[in-house]
Design a binder for this molecule. Structure first.
Ligand SMILES: Nc1nc2c(c(=O)[nH]1)N[C@H]1C(S)=C(S)[C@@H](COP(=O)(O)OP(=O)(O)OC[C@H]3O[C@@H](n4cnc5c(=O)[nH]c(N)nc54)[C@H](O)[C@@H]3O)O[C@H]1N2
Ligand SMILES: Nc1nc2c(c(=O)[nH]1)N[C@H]1C(S)=C(S)[C@@H](COP(=O)(O)OP(=O)(O)OC[C@H]3O[C@@H](n4cnc5c(=O)[nH]c(N)nc54)[C@H](O)[C@@H]3O)O[C@H]1N2
Ligand SMILES: [Mo]
Length: 622
């Protein structure tokens, strides 16, 4: 049995509580989710440096004077591991108080358009840039850990590791000049409060884990970790981290059967899913449960995964759409829509730029006879219990009958145990669930507060600056980018590096089910630079064929100097045309799936996270 939980799970209270526990009770190690086509490297850096997967640094955007944004486009995405409503205004406010923000991206993005400066970077080379920035810190004697001085370990080791990476050594490969790198560091250190924020552009990346480690290092060694205006940690009303130190490092405790990818926080990288289904032998996956996900469109090498799914003996999907994945299901269990259920954000309160709590009541009654997601998972637990999965599952089944356990009970308990409950809590707020449920707009719990040293959850209570896993992985970087630069991989004639793109009317693959979200001018285009277009003899709107190791696609070109030469950008989530059964999505609006080009073998080797950015492709005119 295998399980894949998609991204909407974390936006769904019932799925978070009841789904997650149900899947745990299946006792299968074959647990997959959208995490490994997303933020897995962030978790790994947090585990190894700070001791917990959710101890994720969040940029204190409302107080910073200088923000470096690397591989993120918050103006379109709304933030991500920086949950920030109205992010555009928050960015402009940095400028209004005399500060600056700068984007580093292979594309001049919607965020770059309002930034003070934009720097093009060649996809996949961010680790080199960060090593050079750290090198500059040591060379210019700018290292300071501020209030965390006593709580860091292995600083000397870092100074040695970054020695081989002066800005001059990485300028050509990254496309950013040595002077520019030095200026970035100078400005960053001169500002009173600075923060480096990096997101999916560098997480879905061959060196995603290294990059996230180096980002945390840079914030720490400039004295901007856990300080106002820097990279801070949240204090949510329901703390999913808990106060106890974790008993073990939740990484590489076991590995996948075929490619030996490591587990992280009890799940495997989804890049391994197809081979785990296709490869015969003991432990081969024969059945899948898919919850709130569409891996056949959202994960690398769609065609191979589709082939794998066709061979499965049983597929169950919990989804309200027939999508590329659920159409292979024997049974689809449709949950109510988001407006028919109550919500409390268990996860995103951990990622938000301000502490807050809000409980949203369901806006509409769910249809009579339909099951809530809580009921679906409890019912499944019950139905499977007679075969004796676990004692716990049986207990859950019983609870279902007694109808005593509701998400609200979980929330009430969580808030009571949390930091705002006691009358003498740090904020004297005396929060309870009952009170929260009455507040239509929730409760503002104030700006982010320093959490360290108490919040450092490593074994010895110190920040690990040089975890051995990252140090060892530097050899892989060195192998890919030998210090002597040659002009090979990235810039072979007419050879491109593929990156992604999001736009405001999409959310991964599923908003494309709505005609209103896909209608209008074609947005599923391949963006290339005018120089490349001229070299290939392409005119705007012309169709091209894009080919990678695993597949090929045909789509129209858009030409713009807002993309770096040698780079091609194609948005993901499109491609419902092949399979969508709804007539209102005309094929002309369906687009194509970029994940027919992304390669399941191209991963961040340390975490197994898919490298969906920086994929080498060929472009030919058709
Ligand atoms: N090339 C490329 N690929 C990418 C990315 C990229 O940048 N480039 N981004 C990646 C990222 S960051 C992510 S998070 C993944 C997302 O990948 P997935 O997590 O697989 O998400 P979707 O493909 O959007 O599919 C979500 C499904 O959940 C259903 N759904 C929505 N709400 C609910 C609900 O409340 N309950 C249930 N049961 N179902 C619900 C929708 O109908 C939809 O079918 O895609 C990844 N894929
Ligand atoms: N409208 C909309 N909003 C969304 C989503 C959506 O699909 N649509 N998805 C949601 C989800 S699940 C997530 S995870 C977040 C993601 O939130 P963001 O991380 O902000 O997502 P993107 O807009 O994909 O931004 C990634 C940027 O990285 C750049 N990039 C690509 N490769 C590289 C590289 O090698 N180096 C550098 N430095 N940059 C690179 C890309 O050009 C792009 O501008 O967005 C969320 N919000
Ligand atoms: Mo995501």
């Amino acid at each position: 049995m295998g399980v894949y939980q998609g991204n909407p799970t974390v936006h769904n209270l019932d799925a978070m509580i009841f789904g997650v526990s149900f899947f745990r009770q299946l006792k299968t190690k074959n647990r997959y989710s959208a995490t490994s086509v997303d933020q897995l490297p962030h978790h790994l850096a947090a585990i190894l440096m700070f001791g917990h997967a959710l101890r994720l640094p969040i940029p204190d955007i409302d107080h910073t004077d200088y923000m470096l944004i690397m591989g993120a486009n918050p103006v379109v995405s709304n933030g991500s591991i920086m949950t920030a409503p109205n992010v555009k205004n928050r960015l402009k406010a940095i400028q209004a108080r005399g500060g600056k923000f700068i984007t580093i991206d292979p594309r001049f993005t919607e965020t770059s358009k309002i930034a003070d400066r934009h720097l093009f970077i060649r996809p996949g080379t961010d680790a080199l840039l960060l090593l050079a920035m750290l090198n500059t810190l040591f060379a210019k004697d700018l290292v300071t850990c501020g209030h965390l001085h006593e709580y860091v370990e292995q600083l000397d080791e870092i100074s040695v590791l970054v020695k081989d990476y002066p800005p001059e050594a990485v300028a050509e490969e990254t496309g950013i000049s040595a002077d520019e790198i030095k200026l970035l560091v100078k400005e960053f250190c001169a500002a009173e409060k600075s923060v480096l924020y990096a997101r999916i552009g560098v997480s879905l990346h061959e060196f995603g884990s290294l990059v996230n480690w180096l980002v945390n290092l840079f914030n720490t060694l400039t004295g901007n970790l856990d300080t106002e205006g820097g990279a801070m940690f949240t204090t949510p009303a329901i703390d999913m981290i808990g106060r106890k130190k974790p008993s073990s490092i939740k990484h590489a405790r076991y590995h996948t059967r075929v490619s030996q990818y490591p587990e992280t926080i009890s799940e495997f990288p989804v890049a391994a899913l197809a081979e785990e289904i296709l490869t015969p032998g003991k432990g081969q996956i024969k059945a899948m449960i898919i919850a709130a996900g569409n891996p056949l469109l959202s994960t690398p090498n769609n065609d191979q995964l589709e082939k794998a799914f066709k061979g499965l003996e049983f597929v169950l999907s919990v989804d309200f759409y027939i999508n590329e994945t659920s159409r292979h299901a024997d049974i689809i269990l449709p949950p109510p829509s988001p407006l028919e259920r109550a919500h409390y954000d268990l996860v995103f309160n951990h990622l938000a730029v301000r502490n807050y709590a809000r409980y949203s009541h369901a806006l509409f009654e769910k249809a009579e006879g339909s099951l809530s997601e809580a009921e679906i998972y409890q019912e499944l637990a019950y139905l499977m219990a007679p075969d004796g999965i676990t004692e716990k599952a049986k207990a859950w089944a019983k609870l279902k009958f007694m109808k005593t356990f509701k998400a609200e009970g979980f929330l009430a308990k969580g808030i009571k145990k949390g930091p705002y409950a006691q009358p003498k809590s740090q904020n004297n707020r005396d929060l309870s669930f009952k009170q929260l449920a009455k507040l239509e707009h929730g409760m503002d719990l104030g700006p982010l507060q320093p959490r360290f040293p108490e919040g450092i959850l490593t074994e010895n209570g110190k920040i690990q600056l040089a975890p051995k896993e990252f140090v060892a992985d530097l050899a892989r970087l060195q192998l890919k980018f030998p210090t002597k630069v040659d002009d090979s991989t990235a810039r072979q004639k007419h050879s491109f590096l593929l990156i992604g793109r999001r736009d405001p009317r999409t959310c991964n693959s599923w908003l494309h089910n709505s005609y209103r979200m896909v209608k209008g001018k074609n947005r599923c285009t391949a963006l290339i630079h005018p120089e490349d277009a001229t070299a290939l003899g392409i005119t705007p709107g012309q169709a091209v064929k894009v080919t990678s190791r695993v597949g090929a696609l045909e789509l129209a070109v858009a030409i713009s100097d807002e993309i770096m030469p040698g780079v091609i950008s194609i948005p993901h989530g499109w491609g419902h045309g092949k399979t969508n059964t709804r007539l209102d999505i005309a094929n002309s609006h369906a687009g194509v799936s970029v994940n027919q080009l992304t390669d399941e073998k191209l991963v961040d080797a340390l975490s197994g996270n898919a490298a969906l950015n920086g994929v080498p492709v060929e472009v030919t005119v058709i």
